[in-house]
Design a protein around this ligand. Structure first.
Ligand code: ATP
Length: 306
């Protein structure tokens, strides 16, 4: 019996890992946004992450033939740095995050992680090294503790709570009727978009991957929530290679490099200060967002006085 224990235990572990990788993909993007053609090549090796540097080399991509979405993108996300991608709706920003996670294969060019073409490594190893905070996080109909532990099944209670604290969601959980044992979902506690995203951040903190891809939620958040999420993101991305797909420019002011994508091409690139001084596409987006925020605040003040 004891002789059987180790292999069985190992098989159980492998099964859990595979199952988690599959659920991860389906949960984060929905089965429909995944290309069934993506397969491990024969002899695929595990991804070996040394520093976690990501490189896009002349990447082209089309969901449908004849409609190129990414038209030759080249950029680096140096190890430990934060690169933000911004740009108008439909520019191809979220497509970039799907390609890094290899939900689709590039149509041309290549994506490298520490020099390895991501098509040559196993999908399971690739996905185990990337933490994904998607736009919309799906939660299980289970306890909030279970939902956070999903980031790493063997994490103990203290680690789950520490991750929640770093993700700025611990206070909210403690106020719930049964704290960490509160059920979430249809018949339980309902979480707002911002709260769900912080649960996703807590999961990612628990997973502790060397590479992070954050796809910011499009929905407008109130400035307090935005500030809390911002702090949580800064903590999770510190010293990790991070690619942030941003909709609100205020969240990426401190990024090491900002890429402005327009119709599948890099239109501008630089730090926040450099791009503002340039007075181009980014500066225009920044000014429009500032005006929209000011208008929202004025409206809120009027609401308060009536
Ligand atoms: P947003 O800021 O609105 O989220 P985005 O820059 O992230 O936009 P993507 O989601 O990358 O844009 O989409 C880029 C283009 O690809 C869009 O024109 C979109 O309609 C198209 N597209 C996205 N997903 C698919 C798909 N599964 N099949 C076909 N076309 C798609």
């Amino acid at each position: 019996m004891i002789q059987l224990y180790q292999p069985l235990n190992f098989m159980g572990m492998v099964y859990r890992e595979i199952k988690q990788a599959i659920i991860d993909i389906e949960m984060m993007f929905g089965v429909l946004t995944r290309d069934p053609e993506v397969k491990d090549v024969p002899g695929a090796t595990p991804l070996l992450v040394t520093s976690g540097a990501v490189r896009f080399e002349d990447v082209r991509f089309a969901y449908e033939p004849d409609r190129l979405i990414l038209k030759g993108l080249s950029f680096d996300v140096p190890a430990g740095k934060t690169v933000a991608i911004v740009g108008p709706s439909g520019a191809g920003k979220s497509t970039i995050s799907r390609l890094i996670f290899r939900l689709y294969d590039v149509s041309g060019g290549r994506i490298l992680i520490d020099g390895q073409d991501i098509r040559s490594v196993t999908q399971a190893s690739l996905r185990s090294q990337i933490g994904m905070v998607p736009q919309d996080t799906v939660l299980f109909n289970d306890t909030i503790r279970y939902n956070i532990r999903y980031g790493r099944w063997d994490a103990d209670d203290a680690a789950v709570e520490e991750a929640a604290r770093l993700a700025q969601i611990d206070g909210f959980i403690r106020m719930a009727p049964k704290g960490y044992e509160t059920q979430v979902g249809e018949r339980g506690l309902k979480l707002s978009g911002g709260e769900k995203q912080r649960v996703a951040i807590a999961r990612t903190i628990l997973k502790g991957p060397p590479i992070l891809v954050l796809d910011e939620a499009t929905s407008a958040l109130d400035s307090h929530t935005e500030h809390e999420i911002q702090e949580a993101l800064e903590r999770v991305s510190r010293n990790r290679t991070s690619l942030v797909i941003a909709h609100r420019l205020s969240t990426i002011v401190a990024a090491d490099d900002i890429i402005v994508l327009d119709q599948g091409r890099i239109a501008e690139r630089g730090t926040h200060g450099e791009l503002l001084a340039r007075g181009g596409l980014y500066a225009g987006m920044w000014n429009r967002q500032r005006e929209a925020e000011a208008a929202r605040e004025r409206l809120a003040q009027i609401d308060d006085t009536v």
